[in-house]
Write a new protein. Structure first.
Length: 261
């Protein structure tokens, strides 16, 4: 699987005209809520960069707290939706892999929620982490979520959610059919390497290839770019000890501090 092919597959989904409708929620995920509450002092009165902003879900919470708020997304469809939803916020089209529009040490807090970093290949993922390090000030925080390779259903395919309600069952069958079509089309391009895998998963009905890795691998990747992992949360907002079994959570939210030099 080449970087260009993975990028092409994922862009077909995230740049689709109506994709923004799947991102109109204003509700924080439990992991995000717990993290932002715990680290509110690192946001309040500080300079914040929100990467992969989508339709502006996290913007509603960060703008009132931040001294300066900047949001980006690589999808022009998402950027248009976010600008329409929150006209007063600064939202621009830009790629996580190249934050050249921002000077070095411009921010105190960088957020990349909803597994946005997982749309990239391994090489581009490391480039994105490096860009987060470049734009952060020493001691700043990089908070992001990522798919968990240790999740017990990480390699599973589509399945029907059975229901006694005929309408719910019909909807589940339709989703199952779409999921299987995409799984047959994209699933053959799954890639498993030594420390990570590129998998199509339930997000967008198995139409994308997302990067999966385990917590020790993420910690090592962060260390290579000058970060120190200081906290992790499971999907339900519970803190994860280093030795904890995390096979129950499909994704993990990471909090990393940039070295102070």
């Amino acid at each position: 699987m080449t970087r260009a092919r993975q990028d092409e597959i994922n862009r077909a989904t995230y740049h689709a005209p109506g994709v923004w409708r799947r991102y109109t929620s204003r509700v924080l995920l439990p992991s995000e809520a717990m993290c932002l509450l715990k680290y509110q002092a690192s946001i309040a009165g500080r300079d914040v960069l929100d990467i992969g902003v989508g339709a502006g879900r996290t913007t509603h919470y960060l703008v009132p707290l931040a001294r300066r708020y900047e949001a980006i997304d690589y999808s022009p469809v998402m950027v248009a939706a976010a600008k329409a939803a929150i006209p007063a916020a600064s939202v621009r089209e830009a790629d996580f892999r190249d934050l050249g529009m921002f000077a070095a040490e411009s921010f105190d807090f960088v957020l990349a929620s909803d597994n946005v970093i997982d749309v990239f290949s391994h090489e581009d993922r490391m480039r994105a982490i490096g860009e987060a390090a470049r734009v952060l000030r020493p001691g700043g925080l990089f908070v992001f979520s990522a798919h968990n390779l240790r999740y017990r259903r990480a390699f599973s395919g589509p399945r029907i959610e059975w229901s006694s309600n005929p309408a719910s069952l019909a909807a589940s069958c339709a989703k199952f059919a779409l999921g299987w079509w995409n799984h047959l089309r994209v699933g053959r391009m799954r890639t498993v390497a030594k420390e990570y895998a590129l998998l199509n998963d339930p997000g967008h009905f198995y139409a994308c290839l997302h990067y999966y890795c385990a917590r020790p691998t993420v910690a090592a990747q962060l260390g290579e770019r000058g970060f120190r992992l200081i906290d992790t949360f499971d999907r339900d907002g519970r803190a994860l000890a280093d030795s904890a079994d995390d096979s129950h959570t499909p994704n993990v939210l990471y909090v990393a501090e940039l070295s102070r030099g």
